[in-house]
Ligand binder design. Structure first.
Ligand code: MEV
Length: 293
């Protein structure tokens, strides 16, 4: 059995598609597990109900990986995932990496981590069209990453405590990235400035993470959220969730991932965590706490 974790984008979503830096963290509360058995025929079962278009993407993904790795398909694959789909937690990259890892084990391949990441990036294109590569990278290496044209790892000075709440919407990352691209092409001046400001925040945030300055990290999260609002990728519910967290003592809060729904993340501490979870649970049916070390 092979597994792969989830992720959150702490800073820089969307801007990272335009070669600005982004910061992502692995989330170990959720996993995709893939188990395989020898079989004369290729079969695959999946533990959850998928829409037709999601089934299509899954089939396309599996076909693509087998082709890239030049493997016969004498295998039965069993996929289980606790990661919510299209929620900003990296379900597609997690699925690709878990599948590649399992095939790597089953067929005794000799792939390096770097090769697995490269293939997972190609897989991400099936899901998202023009991905930056940040999702597959953080999930592949399971470490905080500062991602730009190459991957740097961040050594966190202290553990980070997050409350993560789902808005319940399942927006399509590919569509949102395309919408932003359209706006960018139509008004380059305005959007280039926003994107560069987001990049600057990610750079400042790297320093604050290495110093363990939670107040500063929280304040940068708030600033990043404002810029994502200007980019047009927030939603009323995401803004409300952020506001609730700030009013209840979070260091900072922002949307995470493509936006327009999906998840909100808030940086909290032991004192504020319970109250924030309680308040958000009134409005969200999936609120959880995670610690990133
Ligand atoms: C998705 O998790 C983050 C985006 O920046 C897209 C990408 O980086 O590929 C919206």
């Amino acid at each position: 059995m092979a597994k792969a974790c989830g992720k959150i984008i702490l800073f820089g979503e969307h801007a990272v598609v335009y070669n600005m830096p982004g910061i992502a963290l692995p989330i170990l509360n959720y996993f995709t597990n893939v188990t395989s058995y020898k079989s004369e025929l290729f079969t695959c079962c999946n533990d959850r109900v998928l829409y037709d278009f999601e089934k299509e993407k899954l089939n396309k993904l599996i076909e693509f990986i087998f082709k890239e790795l030049k493997l016969d398909q004498k295998i039965h694959l069993h996929i289980e995932s606790s990661l919510p789909i299209s929620s900003g937690l990296g379900s597609s990259a997690s699925l690709s990496i878990a599948l590649i890892r399992e095939l790597h084990n089953f067929y005794n391949l000799n792939l390096t981590k770097k090769q697995i990441n490269k293939l997972a990036y190609k897989c991400e294109k099936i899901f998202h069209g023009t991905p930056s590569g940040i999702d597959n990278t953080v999930i592949n290496y399971e470490q905080p990453v500062f991602f730009q044209d190459k991957t740097n790892f961040i050594k966190l000075n202290k553990p980070l405590d997050f409350v993560i709440a789902s808005t319940g919407n399942r927006p399509d990352t590919k569509e949102i990235v395309q919408e932003v691209r359209k706006k960018y092409e139509e008004n380059k001046n305005k959007y280039q400035n926003i994107i560069e400001d987001i990049g600057l925040i990610a750079m400042k945030a790297k320093k604050s993470l290495e110093l363990g300055n939670l107040e500063k990290i929280g304040s940068l999260m708030n600033q990043n959220h404002e810029l994502l609002k200007e980019l047009g990728v927030s939603s009323a519910k995401l803004n409300l969730f952020c506001e609730i967290c700030r009013q209840n003592g979070a260091y900072g809060a922002k949307l995470s991932g493509a936006g327009k729904g999906g998840n909100m993340i808030a940086l909290v501490d032991g004192k504020t965590k319970e109250k924030i979870i309680e308040e958000l649970s009134i409005l969200s049916n999936n609120v959880f706490y995670t610690r990133v070390i």
